[in-house]
Design a protein around this ligand. Sequence first.
Ligand SMILES: *Cc1c(COP(=O)(O)O)cnc(C)c1O
Length: 433
Amino acid sequence: MHFYSTRNSDDMVDFSTALFQGLAPDGGLYIPAEQADLSVIFSRFGNETSFTEIAGEMIFSLLRSTFNRSQSFDIAEKAFPFSPEITELQNNISILELFHGKSCAFKDFGASFLAQSMDTLLKKRERKAVILTATSGDTGSAVAQAFVGKNNIEVVILYPSGRVSPLQEKQLTTLGENIRALEVKGSFDDCQKMVKDAFVDKDITDKITLSSANSINLGRLIPQSFYYVWAYSRIKDHAPETVFTVPSGNFGNLTAGLYAQSWGLPISRFVAATNANDVVPKYLEDGFYNPMASVHTISNAMDVGAPSNYERMFHLFKGKVENFRNKISAYRVDDTTTEDTIKEVYEKEKYIMCPHTAVGYKAARLFQKDNGDQPLMVLSTAHPGKFTEVIEKVISVKPELPEELRKLERREKVSVIIENTSESLKDFLLTTY
Ligand SMILES: *Cc1c(COP(=O)(O)O)cnc(C)c1O
């Protein structure tokens, strides 16, 4: 499979180029250039097929010009020592739990595959790269966990001092090895600007091969299609066509589902669930797409006012709002309703969900209200233990922190404090690597 930019279909690149470039040179996002039909392969997967087997088959089927069969399965095995799980709730709702990886959020799937593919390709070429990334919390921790111990890759994470949660900071600063955390005396925007400046600074790029790991990277998007396929393999006997509900911010997760569907997975519809940041639900209502500044909510990983993957969806749907509407229904859920939902599900079913998952669950119930009581699969994007403040406030129970995160609490923070200037990042890079 080859890929081209959403803004220029002439410039075809291979997977490796798309992976290391991240963003296309024209500012567009890379998308698959060819249609793939994997429906025969999908039909062979069943209840007993492991997640790594499904991932390995899909990597090979989609990327065989880059990875041979044994490399594909090797990547799947190393990238995914964890698997999704399904919990059945009342009212025909199934929860697809995607938080059993290292950082306890679904972003582990994307980050882990990205890291493993990069490492495999760098090894082949006997090269080294430095991943440079700015984080406001969550993404950085998934990236750090995914890359730790990879010999051919150094990771530099910039985060705004005092503005990430104590637990998030531990996730960024306690790994050691090839992971370095730069604590920037400034804001997240400063961190992002410093990273951007470094990528266009010739003194740096002449000496160091820089790459990024941000969420628009195809290497993070493609593996997110694997768990839709895995979920289908678990339920296909009693639900031949599935509706997936996706708590959404940048719409990467939902876009990956659309790709799985385009490759032949029988998904009948997607329900896009957003918090108050509702540009996509509004677009489906009135046909006008108006990106806005984001507003803060309790499902903060979804606080996105200008979803980056809209550009990929727009391309897939040929810019027609009717095509969006044919595949996607959308609901917005405000903070009060999110809290009520967490409370209600806990009281009725003793199941604790994180605020993002609660937005998805509520949207699924609203969809049932409008369309009849059909079975829905809700993607659960993070472990509730990562959001103790919200959960404790609502149900007066402190959710247990997953073991992966409890381990970190006992570790020592190590960071390098730097000024919020591009010069100080440049000094650091040129003296360290
Ligand atoms: C990133 C994130 C989301 C949003 O996913 P997108 O792919 O950006 O739509 C939802 N929930 C959690 C917990 C996240 O970390």
